[in-house]
Each structure stands twice: as structure tokens, then as C-alpha cells.
Ligand binder design. Structure first.
Ligand SMILES: Nc1nc2c(c(=O)[nH]1)N[C@H]1C(S)=C(S)[C@@H](COP(=O)(O)O)O[C@H]1N2
Ligand SMILES: [Mo]
Length: 255
């Protein structure tokens, strides 16, 4: 018997095993392709809901439940020394800022209830205790920068104007004077100690394209929620309309 003929049966056995394994691998691969492709097709066939295909919106709503469930109002976003704040702050998003704005005629309209609107000047707001914050501002598009803001904590503002009934509602809504940009904020995040009605950046009045005279600074959320140039504030138990949520982004937008 030659050596080659004695090694032949062994080789053909391992070859057989290899062929079988390859065959199974292809079957599994094919099956997964079919499952993946049909899931993709099924998702795409679903109707839209709030700017996203229904199954994706369901996922976003589920994420919102999870993240708002673990939200801790006492957990503070990291703060930095003022020296670390950038001097040239990026401008992103000009929706609702295209009209001119004038401090003398501008008012913050606070809708306490239907037909009961409080109208405040910038000076009224500046009378309240001021807080400065330097934090890492994060945009959902992927950039971030350490920036310095000043204003009155929204919680202090609500307490000062006796908006306690309103603060028990589920959401706060903010809208620019021209209604071109609008956000909805869950009340625990609105009342978070680092959330500001902000009128200063780097110790000076807000530049026009950064939201003069008054904007929201809400460090627990992504940039999309930091509405620039607030015109109207209102309260609701249902989700207020939200510009980017309508375009498929996460409504909660926390990080
Ligand atoms: N009125 C208004 N506010 C807005 C936007 C906008 O388009 N219009 N864009 C938002 C987004 S996506 C971001 S990241 C921040 C950017 O703030 P900044 O321009 O001061 O950097 O503003 C938010 N507030
Ligand atoms: Mo953003």
C-alpha cells in the first residue's frame, strides 16, 4: 500500500465535512438574507407616523420611555471653567429667525391658560436671579463645543411667576415669534436646575443669530431643543408640536 492511498480516505472525509459545512453556511446566509430583506421591505411598506415610518417611530417612542424613565433631575451635566468656553460660537439653524427683532417691542408671551397670557419684557426677566453655565453643547449632527451662557433658571422663573399649576403639566412648549421653529420639552427636563431662559452668551447680550433677546439653554438635551428667540411659552399635558420630531428625529432628544 502506498502512503498516498492510505491517506486518501481521511482526506475525502474531511472534504465531505467541509462541503457540508459550506452548504449549511450558504443556506443560513441565504435564509438570513431573506429575513433581512423582507424586514426591510416590511418597514418601508409601513405608513408614516410623526415624520418616521411607523415601526421606527415606535422604536423612538420606546427609547423615549426608557430614557425619560431613567432621567434623574438631580444628575447635573458636567460644567467647565469659563476660560474653557470658546469665543467664536458656531451658529447652527436659522429657522424662525429670519424676521427682524427689536428689544423694545419684543415680549415673552406666557400662556397661563386659554385667554390668559402674561406679557414680559426682557428687563422683567433680567430682574430675576441670574445663573451662568459653561457646558459642552451637543448638536445631534455630530459636533459639540464648550460654550458659556447666562440667564434665569426656568424653574426660578416659573416659581417667581407662580406657574405652579402649569409646572405640574407634562410638557412645556416654546415657539419663535414668527412660529417658524417650535419645540416641546418634557417638564422634568424643563425644570432641571441647569435649564435656563438665556439672554447672555460669553457675558454679553445674545447675538441676533444666537437667539436675541431670549433663548432656551437646556444642557440635558441635544441642540435641536435649545430654541433661539422665544416668542411664546405654553404648557400642555399632550406633546406640543416639535419641529425636528416632525422631521423624524427623537422627540425626547436627551443625552
Ligand atoms: N429658532 C431656532 N432655534 C434653533 C434652531 C433653529 O433652526 N431655529 N436650531 C437648533 C439647533 S439644531 C442647534 S444645534 C442650536 C444651535 O445653537 P447655536 O446656533 O447658538 O450654536 O440651536 C437650535 N435652536
Ligand atoms: Mo443641532
Amino acid at each position: 500500500m502506498s502512503r498516498s492511498s492510505s491517506s486518501l480516505p481521511e482526506e475525502s472525509i474531511s472534504n465531505k465535512g467541509f462541503v457540508a459545512k459550506t452548504f449549511i453556511a450558504f443556506l443560513v446566509f441565504g435564509a438570513l438574507m431573506i429575513v433581512g430583506w423582507s424586514t426591510f421591505k416590511w418597514i418601508n411598506m409601513q405608513p408614516q407616523e410623526a415624520g418616521a415610518l411607523k415601526p421606527l417611530r415606535k422604536t423612538l417612542d420606546f427609547n423615549e420611555k426608557v430614557f425619560s424613565g431613567i432621567f434623574n433631575a438631580n444628575h447635573l451635566v458636567k460644567e467647565y471653567p469659563v476660560s474653557q468656553a470658546v469665543k467664536r460660537v458656531r451658529v447652527n439653524g436659522m429657522d424662525g429667525l429670519r424676521d427682524s427683532v427689536n428689544e423694545a417691542s419684543w415680549r415673552l408671551k406666557v400662556v397661563r391658560a386659554a385667554g390668559d397670557t402674561l406679557q414680559l419684557t426682557l428687563n422683567d426677566i433680567k430682574q430675576l436671579p441670574k445663573k451662568d453655565i459653561v457646558f459642552d453643547f451637543k448638536c445631534i449632527e455630530g459636533w459639540d463645543q464648550v460654550t458659556h451662557w447666562g440667564g434665569v433658571p426656568l424653574k426660578t422663573f416659573m416659581e417667581h411667576y407662580h406657574l405652579d399649576k402649569q409646572s405640574k403639566m407634562n410638557y412645556l412648549g416654546l415657539v419663535t415669534p414668527d412660529k417658524g421653529y417650535y419645540v416641546g420639552i418634557d417638564m422634568p427636563s424643563a425644570l432641571h436646575p441647569q435649564t435656563l431662559l438665556c439672554y447672555e452668551m460669553n457675558g454679553k447680550p445674545l447675538p441676533v443669530n444666537q437667539g436675541f433677546p431670549l433663548r432656551l439653554i437646556i444642557p440635558v438635551k441635544y441642540g435641536i431643543k435649545h430654541l433661539k428667540r422665544i416668542g411664546t411659552m405654553f404648557f400642555s399635558n399632550n406633546k406640543p408640536a416639535d419641529y425636528w420630531a416632525e422631521r423624524g428625529y427623537d422627540y425626547y432628544a436627551g443625552h
